[in-house]
Design a protein around this ligand. Structure first.
Ligand SMILES: Nc1ncnc2c1ncn2[C@@H]1O[C@H](COP(=O)(O)OP(=O)(O)O)[C@@H](O)[C@H]1O
Ligand SMILES: [Mg+2]
Length: 231
């Protein structure tokens, strides 16, 4: 489904070039659940943002189902992102003054889905994360764990193929963390491709495959990663 080859990211900090990613290769098969581990500052978020077309690599190739996506115009990239990718962040990124259902329905406002269908999809997404009964609640009334479930509902409401999560359990207590991991597992069982970034081994191990980054590169054993079958 996804193939990265020779992806690099360089930025300049105070006039000095800094290398954040050093020639990253990665293959992800459709329906796979992988996690990316590594200490803070190792480049995990940068890589995830490149996968999600939120950031541009400095060099290298990114192909999605066989087509190059890094050459697309920013308009086409935005359409592609809205259509195919769902994001979940550590800090939830919900709009606090809006209700649960208003937050979840937001990504559908950029599509030509009818109002009735938007409502159906919102309810279905909230049902999948066990938050339907909180649909009318303002976000500010929710606990961290509940917010993250709503954020997952928002990520899946457009029925994306790929779900990218950056430290999704980083701000959660143990019980909520387990609930959220259970939701990712069930999304994977429903055929979604999931990439989960974390520095927590317990979290990483829910995935089928754990990759480890250090200083913008894969840690050695990962270089011999098995390439799964392409669907
Ligand atoms: N836009 C940027 N400008 C300068 N430095 C950056 C930028 N983005 C990330 N970095 C640096 O790159 C390194 C990797 O960052 P990041 O991908 O956020 O790592 P991680 O998610 O593993 O903690 C860090 O040292 C960070 O400070
Ligand atoms: Mg990060």
């Amino acid at each position: 489904m996804i193939r990265l080859s020779g992806i690099t990211k360089e930025v300049t900090q105070g006039g000095t070039p800094v290398s954040i990613l050093q020639s990253i290769d990665l293959h992800i098969a459709a329906g796979e659940f992988i996690s990316i581990m590594g200490p803070s500052g190792s480049g995990k978020s940068t890589l995830l943002n490149i996968l999600g077309l939120l950031d541009e690599p400095s060099s290298g190739e990114y192909s999605f189902e066989g087509s190059q996506v890094n050459n697309l115009s920013s308009n086409k990239q935005a359409m592609f992102r809205n259509d195919r990718i769902g994001f979940v962040f550590q800090s939830f990124m919900l709009i606090p003054r809006m209700s649960v259902k208003e937050n979840v329905i937001l990504p559908l406002l950029y599509t030509n889905v009818s109002r009735r269908e938007r409502n159906n999809r919102m309810e279905e997404a909230l049902k999948q994360v066990g938050m339907l009964e909180k649909a009318k609640e303002p976000i500010i009334n929710l606990s961290g764990g509940q917010k993250q479930k709503v954020a997952i509902a928002r990520a899946i409401v457009t029925d994306p193929d790929l779900i990218l999560a950056d430290e999704p359990t980083g701000n959660l207590d143990q019980k909520s963390k387990e609930d959220v991991l259970q939701i990712f597992k069930s999304l994977h069982q429903r055929g979604k491709t999931v990439v989960l970034v974390t520095h927590d081994l317990e979290v990483a191990q829910v995935a089928q495959r754990v990759m480890t980054m250090r200083n913008g590169q894969w840690l050695e054993p990962n270089l011999k990663q098995k390439v799964g079958s392409v669907r």
